[in-house]
Design a binder for this molecule. Structure first.
Ligand code: ARG
Length: 474
C-alpha cells in the first residue's frame, strides 16, 4: 500500500487525535473546492451568531467588533481573489474560522454553542434564499420574452399539433402563452419552497442544541428568518434542524420540473427552426455552425437546454438517493448535497437566461406560418361544429365530416374546394354558407371561449400578462 504523508492537524481535530489525517483522506474528504462559494453566507451567519454571543455575554462588545472587522478584511481579500483557501482545513467553515482566529484571538470563541452541522444547514438555506430570489427575477424575464415575442407577432397563426400531427389553428402567441402559464406554476412552486426553507436552524448545535442560554430568536431575526409580521421562524427540533435537507430536494424537484418545461419549449423551437417547419429564424449570434457542413445553422442553445434538463433531473434523483438510507442525524454523506444543489441552480438559471436571450433574438416567418395554418383540414372540427349548429348530434356530425374528408382525399382536392353540391350529397344539412367555415380569420374569431385561441381572447391574455409582468419586473 502506498504510504501518504500525514497532514497538519486541522482545527476540527481535537486533542484526542495524535496527528492530522493521511493526505489521501484529506483529499477525499475536503469540500472547500466547491463549498467555498458559501463564504458570503457563512460570514453572514457568523456575524449574527457573534452578535448573539455578545448579547448573552460570551463575547465582549470589543471582541464582537474585532470579529466583525476581521471578517471585513477577509471579505475584501476573498473579493479581490487574494484569500488562500486551504484544502487541509476541509471546508469553508473551518477555513474562515481559522483565518479569523489567526487575526482576531476572540475568533476562538465564535464556535460557542455552534457546530458545523447547524452552520452548514444555515449557510445552504441562506444561499438558496438568494438563488431563489435571483431565479424568480430571471423567470419573470423569460416570461416577458415569451410574451413580447407573441405580442410582436400577434396576428400570426400556426397549426396547433397533437401527436405532432396538425390539429387545429392557434395563434402563435397562444402557443407561447402556454409556456408562460407553465413558468407561472414554477414560480409558485419556488415560492412555496422558499417559504418552507425560510426557517433558521442555527442553535441546533451538532444534534442537541446547547446548554448555554443562546437566543435563537435574536439570530433568526438578524438573518431575516421572519414571517410577514416580523416574528422569528425557527426549526423546532434540533435533530431535524441538522439533518433536514427537504428544502434542497424541494428546490431540485422544482428546478427539475422547470428544466422539463424549458426542454419542451426547446424542442418546439428546434422543430420550428428546422427546414421542415421553417416557422422561425434564430439570429446568428444565438446559433452555431458545423465544423464540416458550411450551410449549417444549428439551434444549440435550445438543444443544450433540452440536454441539460437531464442533469437537473439526475441531481434530484441523486439527492433523494443520498437521503433515503441515512439514519438520524448528520452524516457526512450530506456533504454530497452541495454539488448537486449548486449544479442545479447554476444550470437552470443559465438555461432560463439563455432561452430568454435567444427568444429576444428570434423572428417569426409570418407567411410560412400562414401557409401552414391555411391547411383547410385544420378546420374539420369547425365543420362538425357547423353541423351541430344546424341541429345535428356531434357524433353524427363527426362521422359526416369524416366522410367529407375521405371524399376530398379521393377526389384529390383540398377540403375547401369541395363544392356545395358535393357537400350536400354527403349530408343535406350542409347549406350554401358552408364555405365560410374555411375562412381562417373568421374561424379564429369564433373561438371565444375563455382560454381558447380566439382573436379577442388571445389579445386579452397577452394584455393580461403584459400588465402583470410589467408590475412584477418594476
Ligand atoms: N463540510 C461539511 C458538509 O458539507 C460541513 C459539516 C461537517 N460536519 C461534520 N460533523 N463533519 O456537510
Amino acid at each position: 500500500m502506498k504510504k501518504t504523508t500525514p497532514q497538519p492537524a486541522p482545527v476540527s481535530r481535537s486533542g484526542r487525535f495524535s496527528g492530522g489525517p493521511a493526505a489521501d483522506v484529506a483529499a477525499f474528504s475536503e469540500s472547500i473546492s466547491f463549498d467555498w462559494r458559501l463564504w458570503r453566507h457563512d460570514i453572514l451567519g457568523s456575524l449574527a451568531h457573534a452578535e448573539m454571543l455578545q448579547k448573552i455575554g460570551v463575547l465582549t462588545r470589543a471582541e464582537c467588533k474585532a470579529i466583525a472587522l476581521g471578517f471585513d478584511e477577509i471579505t475584501a481579500e476573498i473579493v479581490a481573489g487574494k484569500f488562500q483557501w486551504k484544502p487541509e482545513l476541509e471546508d469553508v467553515h473551518m477555513n474562515l474560522e481559522a483565518e479569523l482566529t489567526r487575526r482576531v484571538p476572540a475568533g476562538a470563541k465564535l464556535h460557542t454553542a455552534r457546530s458545523r452541522n447547524d452552520q452548514v444547514a444555515l449557510d445552504v438555506r441562506l444561499w438558496l434564499r438568494d438563488e431563489i430570489d435571483a431565479l424568480h427575477a430571471e423567470l419573470i424575464a423569460l416570461q416577458s420574452s415569451l410574451v413580447a415575442l407573441g405580442a410582436r407577432h400577434a396576428d400570426v397563426i400556426i397549426p396547433g399539433y397533437t401527436h405532432l400531427q396538425r390539429a387545429q389553428p392557434v395563434y402563435f402567441a397562444h402557443h407561447l402563452l402556454a409556456y408562460v402559464e407553465m413558468l407561472e406554476r414554477d414560480h409558485s412552486r419556488l415560492g412555496g419552497c422558499f417559504e418552507r426553507l425560510n426557517v433558521c436552524p442555527l442553535g441546533s448545535g451538532a444534534i442537541a442544541g446547547s446548554t448555554l442560554p443562546i437566543d435563537r430568536e435574536f439570530v433568526a431575526k438578524l438573518l431575516g428568518f421572519v414571517d410577514a409580521k416580523g416574528r422569528p421562524l425557527l426549526t423546532q427540533n434540533s435533530m431535524d434542524g441538522v439533518s433536514d435537507r427537504d428544502f434542497a430536494v424541494e428546490f431540485c424537484a422544482t428546478a427539475a420540473l422547470l428544466a422539463v418545461h424549458l426542454s419542451r419549449l426547446a424542442e418546439d423551437v428546434i422543430l420550428w427552426a428546422s427546414a421542415e417547419f421553417n416557422f422561425i429564424k434564430i439570429a446568428d449570434a444565438y446559433t452555431t455552425g458545423s465544423s464540416l457542413m458550411p450551410q449549417k445553422k444549428n439551434p444549440d442553445i435550445a438543444e443544450l437546454t433540452r440536454g441539460k434538463s437531464a442533469r437537473v433531473i439526475g441531481n434530484l434523483v441523486a439527492l433523494l438517493t443520498l437521503l433515503k438510507g441515512l439514519p438520524m442525524t448528520y452524516n457526512r454523506d450530506l456533504q454530497e448535497d452541495k454539488e448537486r444543489l449548486f449544479d442545479t441552480a447554476d444550470t437552470v438559471r443559465a438555461c432560463v437566461r439563455l432561452m430568454a436571450a435567444m427568444l429576444d433574438h428570434t423572428t417569426v416567418k409570418a407567411d410560412v406560418c400562414r401557409a401552414a395554418a391555411s391547411d383547410p383540414q385544420l378546420l374539420a372540427t369547425d365543420l362538425a361544429d357547423y353541423l351541430v349548429k344546424k341541429g345535428m348530434p356531434f357524433r353524427q356530425a363527426h362521422h359526416v365530416v369524416g366522410a367529407v374528408v375521405g371524399f376530398a382525399e379521393q377526389a384529390g382536392k383540398p377540403l375547401d374546394q369541395v363544392t356545395v353540391a358535393e357537400f350536400q350529397k354527403i349530408s343535406p344539412q350542409f347549406g350554401a354558407d358552408v364555405a365560410e367555415t374555411f375562412q381562417l380569420d373568421r374561424a379564429m374569431q369564433r373561438r371565444a371561449v375563455i382560454g381558447a385561441p380566439g382573436t379577442k381572447e388571445v389579445k386579452k391574455q397577452l394584455a393580461r400578462w403584459q400588465s402583470k409582468l410589467a408590475k412584477l419586473s418594476s
